[in-house]
Design a protein around this ligand. Structure first.
Ligand code: 5GP
Ligand code: ZN
Length: 110
């Protein structure tokens, strides 16, 4: 856990969030500034800044995130969804605890 990390604080329950799913290793909650009717953040509980920091043993999180995204979609009636990961400031990342945006409920441009 990183001291000043917003998502670590959400994981510890020190900052409130609207949690929609949880596993041993992941948490999913509503994005505070939603860009779609369904906008969730799927977040590993382990503090990893972005994909560039993943070690070999962390890569399994990728398939677990996909499985959780599939479950969230299924719970919403197999809704189509988009997953987005930004890695680093120039890629648009602003919270430096790796997370996947789950976006659904509207039509996206290509
Ligand atoms: P990034 O730009 O790093 O990929 O995405 C960070 C996301 O975290 C943004 O979409 C932003 O709205 C969301 N966010 C930032 N602070 C909070 C917070 O305190 N609570 C929640 N639920 N989402 C947050
Ligand atoms: Zn963190």
């Amino acid at each position: 856990m990183a001291e000043e990390c917003i998502f670590c604080k959400i994981i510890k329950g020190e900052i409130p969030s609207q949690k929609i799913a949880e596993t041993d290793e992941l948490i999913a909650f509503n994005d505070i500034h939603p860009k779609a009717p369904h906008h969730y953040l799927i977040v590993p509980k382990k503090h990893l800044a972005d994909l560039r920091n993943f070690e070999k043993e962390d890569m399994i999180l990728g398939s677990k995130i996909c499985a959780l995204a599939q479950k969230i979609s299924k719970d919403l009636g197999d809704i189509p969804f988009r997953l987005v990961i930004s890695n680093g400031y120039d890629a648009g990342q602003r919270v430096y605890h790796m997370h996947v945006h789950f976006l659904a409920g509207r039509t996206f441009e290509e």
